[in-house]
Design a binder for this molecule. Sequence first.
Ligand code: PEP
Ligand code: MN
Length: 330
Amino acid sequence: MIIITNDTPTATAFKAALATEASTLLVFQHANRLALPTIKAVEALPLALPSYAQVVLKHHAAVQASREFHPENTVITTPHSVIGDGGLTVMAGPDSIESPEHVATMGQEVKAVGATVLRGGSFKPRTSPYSFQGVGESGLIAHRQAADAAGLDMVTEVLDPRDVDVIDQYTDIFQIGTRNMQNFALLKAVGAKRKPVVLKRGMSATLDEFLQAAEYIAAGGNTDIILMERGIRSFDNKYTRNTLDVGAIAVLKQMTHYPVFLDASHAAGERALVTQLTLAGVAAGADGFMLEIHDNPDAALVDAQQAITPAQMGDIVSKARQIHTIVRGV
Ligand code: PEP
Ligand code: MN
């Protein structure tokens, strides 16, 4: 249930009264609105509603993610980026942190062509246990230094709840990858932090499941969530690694107030397709996008086929900004 009261003080006072009456009742507040995820009918409320309150019973199960609870866009502010404010945010970098020198160079390169966030994995989710797993904490240190030197934010993937604290010491933004979208222990662990999270859509996840995964993070009190469409499994992955669900971007923008991003690198799996797919996602209303880049793409340690050069990235960013200007407010 969502209760819409006349003003924020009324909602705050009703929340306090509910806490006194039923100390274990779950209540979330956004301005003049209260969400009570476990209450399904007015009769189940332990107190009478405040006068003039309006009740919404039909809302998404991921109630905190819903526009009914939080009509306006969530805007996330990091040291170098403002995300979800109607602008277009670019996150880019190598798939993996390879060496301190390499990530430092990549930081300067992506900054020069419009990124405000430097990506790169130090803990890598690989299909085979024998593939390169990332360099670990030394990569976090190098990544942090590269981001600071270039004046960028840092985003990096966390694979395991036990790594959340160490990664938290370095990063500005956590990334949860497609393979962990429903790793509930991990979602809860980042939900306990007060730092933005890029949550990638599971490769076979429905949009309802995607929002419910975000809700796990929000339930812990962390509502700085960026949803990232990165392509889903379909029947044909011969020519594209995944199927970019462009429609999902438009739908999510309607359903939820969280910023919606796309990652065309993992959707395409092929560098020649990254430009078109990124532009398609921006046309569908994305608030930003992620790109995997490398100065010598064929030599990238991971995901070489989809890595693009900083020059190709520059071309994408300038075209994407033009498209973004056209579709803004559609
Ligand atoms: C990545 O960003 O390098 C990555 C592993 O992405 P995904 O989780 O979308 O496969
Ligand atoms: Mn990758």
